[in-house]
Design a protein around this ligand. Structure first.
Ligand code: MSP
Length: 645
């Protein structure tokens, strides 16, 4: 019997340029969820594709001196190839130039027109060509587009409008009564704030043909083409059969998750929701807006020549480390900073060192001490229960974590199991146990438990790194495919059969040595420009510096400060006491990710009030552009209150 249906989408990407890391990010995230849900036995449909109409694409084709359709045919291949290279498992790839999609758009338009939901009116306003959006005079910032800052043109013309404005109260009520409809919560509040702060106008859904030819003609007036967003949003319905294949559409719709970047949340939560309501269709269960990547602290842009091309990254590092890095480095929903330097750091420490070494070490020990076969475990001993309970705890919390797309936390918890398994080997010293026959039973148990922990790890990392998971199971001697193992089955410790013949393969993740790292970094994205270092005349003496009382602290509590985008209120344990500190790090850290983090506190600052809240000290952090990284300690067991100098 097919499992519960699950339908997930990515935005459809404009084919005006090469795919970049932002596109890869959403698509990888959607792929991870789709793979997880398939493992859980859900009947998954995963849709991605390309947005091919509109001004941007028309201009890009013109620049290349090719007809728009030819341009789209050529560029869409680049996206398809990239998804293959990144191991994306989409069930369908939609193009808005597909006949079925165009028919769906025309059918939806006709239906709304017949229902009186679309009317013709005159329009006068400011138009942003690159964003393809009209703005009111009051919205402009210094006379420019409030969204992208570029020049706007004054335009007066007749157009068709969709009655969006009258649906405002209904939409507010829907968002309020469906807490998961817009995630994360901060974005939900933003949308509510936007809706409540101003009137919602009707949506202009047409463009006169003489101004824009590259679009789907309106079925009721051939002098106009459809506004690209009205066309594009309907892909989520046409991609699952709307309206011609009613049976498929009825089984798939509504979508479980639309994943989008924060910049296109309004179009999804406001335009799309009201369009669906007018068409008499149910709303998606959840729209999740993720943050943006900066590159070494700077906005990614062509003019800065820092656009990160995923194809190049795949060539340099392979697909799986990139999939891992993007979802591990930054909580989904927050902005993050990309650098090859950080990527190499994660590959060497998390992948090559922690997981890769554990795996090859475990296999080598099974080879050496157990004739290459997974032994049958004996009675449980010291540390075994903890190992099992760590694994069990991860499995227990998995569904809830996936429901809020907490990828980074999921990976951190899996790596906790990896780290504990490494410790378990060190504590149990299989090499010593192997020296005496009496300890054979214990040796078998230890080797078995490590191998079982690695099987569990492989199944858990499968959605993120499917090929690595496959290699791990294969080397453990299992013939099963990780995609077919329900993570729920991992709750029971001991699923790994004993007697399996393991095989040593190549290292899972080769370490990037200094020479290669240097070579990669030499050709990498330009580094952020730090502020100029202190000039000679401003230098201080060591005595001046020693006046600053720097202490190691542990964050025990963290919460947002109402009405402040930047500030978090922290409770920092510095051994002798707990300090309340306001830190301007809310745009880079989620409060829940800070708990237990070790930081450096300036402990002898005069207290100050920020947003009416007393701050008793200052937390040290590095910053470049909008990105802030807390200063901390590089390994070692530093206790709260230790002096830093
Ligand atoms: N075609 C529209 C979407 C229509 S969906 C019905 C579109 N396309 S896009 O190609 O411009 O952008 C697609 C996605 O890329 C958006 O979700 C956007 O947030 C994301 N990103 C663009 N730059 C990004 C970063 N620097 N970082 C992360 N994601 C970014 O908008």
């Amino acid at each position: 019997m097919p499992g519960k249906k699950f339908y997930i989408t990515t935005p459809i990407y404009y084919v005006n340029d090469q795919p970049h890391i932002g596109h890869a990010y959403t698509t990888i995230a959607a792929d991870v969820v789709a793979r997880y849900k398939r493992q859980r036995g859900h009947d998954v449909f995963f849709l991605t594709g390309v947005d091919e109409h509109g001004q941007k694409v028309q201009e890009a084709a013109k620049k290349r001196n090719v007809p728009p359709k030819q341009h789209c045919d050529e560029l869409c291949v680049r996206f398809k190839d990239l998804w293959r290279a990144l191991h994306i498992s989409n069930d369908y790839f939609i193009r808005t130039t597909d006949e079925a999609h165009k028919d769906a758009v025309r059918s939806a338009l006709q239906k709304l027109h017949d229902k009186g939901e679309i009317y013709k009116g005159s329009y006068e306003g400011w138009y942003c060509l690159p964003d393809e959006r009209f703005w009111m005079e009051k919205d402009l910032v210094d006379g420019n587009c409030p969204e992208c800052g570029r020049k706007v043109e004054h335009i007066k013309e007749y157009n068709y409008f969709f009655k969006m404005g009258s649906r405002k109260d209904w939409l507010v009520e829907h968002i309020r009564s469906h807490p998961d409809f817009i995630q994360p919560e901060s974005r939900r509040n933003e949308v509510l704030g936007f809706l409540l702060s101003k009137d919602l106008g009707d949506l202009c859904i047409s463009r006169p043909k003489e101004r824009l030819a590259w679009g789907i003609p309106l079925p009721f007036d051939e002098g106009y083409v459809t506004y690209v967003w009205f066309d594009a949003l309907l892909n989520y319905a046409s991609g699952v059969g709307y309206p011609s294949d009613e049976k498929q559409f009825r089984t798939r719709w509504p979508a479980s998750f639309h994943l989008v970047g924060k910049d296109i949340l309004t179009t999804h939560s406001v335009y799309w929701s009201t369009m669906l309501e007018a068409l008499g269709l149910p709303l998606p269960e959840s729209i999740f807006a993720h943050g943006w990547w900066t590159i070494n602290g700077r906005k990614m842009s062509k003019s800065l020549q820092n656009v990160v091309e995923p194809n190049q990254l795949v060539d340099e590092f392979g697909a799986e480390p990139i999939r891992y890095f993007l979802l591990r480095e930054v909580p989904f929903g927050l902005d993050g900073d990309f650098s090859r330097h950080a990527l190499i750091g994660r590959i060497n420490s998390d992948l090559a060192n922690n997981l890769g070494n554990l795996f090859s070490r475990a296999l080598q020990m099974i080879m050496k001490f157990s004739g290459g076969e997974v032994p049958a475990p004996g009675a449980a001993g010291e540390g075994d229960a903890e190992l099992k309970s760590i694994a069990g705890g991860i499995v227990e919390g998995l569904n809830a974590q996936y429901q809020v797309l907490a990828f980074s936390k999921i990976l951190a918890s899996i790596w906790h199991l990896v780290d504990f398994s490494n410790k378990y080997i060190v504590v149990n010293e299989p090499w010593s146990l192997a020296k005496s026959d009496e300890k054979r039973a214990r040796l078998n148990t230890v080797l078995y438990n490590v191998a079982e922990s690695l099987r569990i790890t492989a199944v858990l990392i499968y959605p993120f790194m499917p090929q690595t998971a496959g290699r791990m199971l294969d080397q453990l001697g299992l013939k099963t495919d990780a995609s077919g193992v329900d993570p729920g089955s991992l709750k029971e410790w001991g699923g790994l059969p004993s007697g399996l013949k393991v095989n040593l393969g190549d290292a899972l993740f080769p370490r990037i040595d200094e020479k290669r790292a240097k070579k990669i970094l030499a050709g990498a994205e330009p580094a952020a420009l730090p502020d100029q270092a202190t000039e000679e005349k401003d230098r201080i003496t060591i005595e001046d510096f020693m006046k600053v009382d720097l202490r190691a602290g542990v964050i025990r509590e963290a919460e947002r400060i109402e009405k402040s985008k930047k500030l978090l209120k922290l409770k920092v344990d510095i051994g002798s006491e707990t300090r309340q500190v306001c830190a301007g790090i809310a745009e880079s850290y989620a409060p829940e990710d800070l708990l237990g983090k070790k930081i450096i506190l300036v402990a002898n600052l005069q207290p100050a009030k920020l947003m009416g809240i007393e701050s008793q000290g200052m937390v040290l952090a590095a910053s470049a552009g909008d990105r802030i990284i807390l200063a901390g300690f590089n390994g070692g067991e530093v206790g709260p209150g230790w002096k830093v100098k």
